[in-house]
Design a protein around this ligand. Structure first.
Ligand SMILES: Cc1cc2nc3c(=O)[nH]c(=O)nc-3n(C[C@H](O)[C@H](O)[C@H](O)COP(=O)(O)O)c2cc1C
Length: 428
């Protein structure tokens, strides 16, 4: 029987996706950011809860260039690739997904760095391939942001170089024949000569295939062009949609895959469970978070995601969705979110600040398990990506109280299939 898969989403910053969550009295991430102990405990708990993996969303830069606006915790932002290397040493099964943008790092270096950690973790690395949507990411590297679809054209080529490098060095090329003095069987190695429109690479490959072949690939682009990119390259897709739009989103990703003759993508929907003894208690947790959100910061954040400058927008007037050069996927998700109402800028920004378009599930462990089961059965999604509101309390509550219910129903694994991310993500 098929089972529900879970990944956990975090950021290597003081807060995860809930604005200023580090300031919550029970939250430990702000103080734990540089603590190997903090992150290793998080990894151990997720493995105890049989999650497929931990997924680090990441941007290079911040939503704002104004230092005053960074006061509440948009910085620091540490490098997730180094962090997951630590986590790999205290776990045996948990997958480790890092975001690495296709800007700034040549594909040769990306393959080398990701491959190193894939090896050091025994084949547990995943790469969330992003093309960067925010102008500040480009500005940080001294670059101009290309227009939306062209970023994906460049990324297609980036992936082509990566495939060449991955294919060029099979694992069985390593023979370690001491008598003959040959570490590798040279007949199995293919030099790479790639001269494309955007990228060039001329080299022997330096990174052999890992125990899972190559890192697993995640993608989250949700525009038409983004879905084509995901269908072409991704092992799994991370999506943010309100409940009403989940089914149609899955249909669109399937259609995009069929159009180019690729298998249907495995879609994980973002969720934000508030597990409590009663629904009222869950609501109280939400109100605590809401009361801490600074509206001006929330507006900047919404503007960054949608590629809009809301400086001159009255916060009590509705916002309109439409064209953007930033994230068209997020713009559509906001449109789906607001279909039956016209939220003001204030309402939308505050809602996004506490629930980054991951539907909230509020209440008892049974209610959370029932809702997840229903959405999974109704939509045909592969699983969910869990976004916490307080760290590490959100994970503890879910692992201790919801996971056992799903296991009893036969909807979640009680053993990992293997030791690589690929084996566990594909486990049925
Ligand atoms: C669920 C989700 C997670 C994302 N995570 C990141 C991220 O960690 N870093 C990043 O730079 N972009 C992230 N993005 C942005 C996308 O990768 C993409 O660049 C952006 O949505 C624009 O593409 P689109 O118009 O095709 O959606 C995310 C998008 C979604 C929907």
């Amino acid at each position: 029987m098929a089972q529900i898969h879970f990944n956990f989403v975090a950021q290597t910053a003081p807060s995860n996706h809930v604005q200023a969550s580090w300031a919550h009295p029970e939250d430990r991430q702000g103080a734990g950011l540089y603590s190997p102990q903090y992150w290793c405990d998080v990894a151990r708990t997720l493995e105890r809860g049989f999650f497929d993996g931990i997924f680090f969303a990441d941007t290079l830069s911040t939503n704002t260039q104004n230092v005053e606006d960074a006061a509440e915790g948009g910085i620091p932002r540490i490098d997730p690739l180094m962090l997951v290397t630590l986590m790999s040493q205290v776990t045996r099964h948990l997958g480790l997904a890092v975001t690495l943008t296709t800007i700034g790092t040549p594909p040769f270096l990306a393959v080398r760095r990701l491959g190193t950690v894939d090896h050091l973790s025994g084949g547990r690395l995943a790469w969330n391939v992003v093309t960067s949507y925010h102008e500040n990411d480009f500005a940080a590297l001294g670059l101009e942001r290309p227009e939306h679809d062209s970023r994906y054209d460049q990324a297609d080529e980036y992936m082509d170089v990566a495939y060449r490098l991955w294919d060029a060095f099979p694992a069985d090329a390593i023979i370690m024949d001491k008598a003959a003095g040959r570490y590798i069987d040279t007949a199995k190695i293919k030099p790479v000569h790639y001269n494309g429109k955007y990228y060039r690479c001329n080299s022997l490959p330096v990174m052999p295939c890992s125990p899972q072949g190559r890192p697993l690939i995640f993608q989250a682009g949700a525009s038409g062009r983004g879905m084509r990119f995901a269908a072409q390259h991704a092992d799994a897709v991370f999506a943010l949609q309100p409940e009403v739009a989940m089914k149609s989103y899955i249909a669109s990703t399937r259609a995009a895959a069929e159009e180019i003759g690729r298998p249907h993508p495995r879609v994980f929907f973002g969720i934000q469970p508030y597990v409590a003894s009663t629904e009222a208690e869950a609501e109280r947790q939400l109100e605590t978070l809401k009361s801490r959100v600074a509206l001006d910061q929330a507006v900047i954040r919404l503007g960054a995601i949608l590629g809009r400058d809301f400086n001159d927008h009255d916060v009590d007037q509705p916002i309109e969705t439409g064209e953007t050069q930033a994230s068209q996927g997020w713009m559509t998700a906001v449109g789906n979110w607001t279909k039956d109402r016209s939220p003001t800028l204030r309402e939308m920004a505050l809602d996004l600040a506490v629930s980054p378009m991951s539907p909230r599930i509020m209440g008892t462990p049974e209610h959370v398990a029932d809702t997840l089961e229903k959405w999974w059965r109704d939509t045909g999604c592969y699983g969910f990506t869990f976004s916490p509101h307080v760290m590490p309390g959100s994970i503890d509550a879910f692992v201790d109280h919801v996971v056992p219910i799903l296991q009893q129903r036969g909807l979640m694994r009680t053993e990992y299939a293997g030791t690589t991310y690929r084996e566990n993500l594909l486990q049925q």
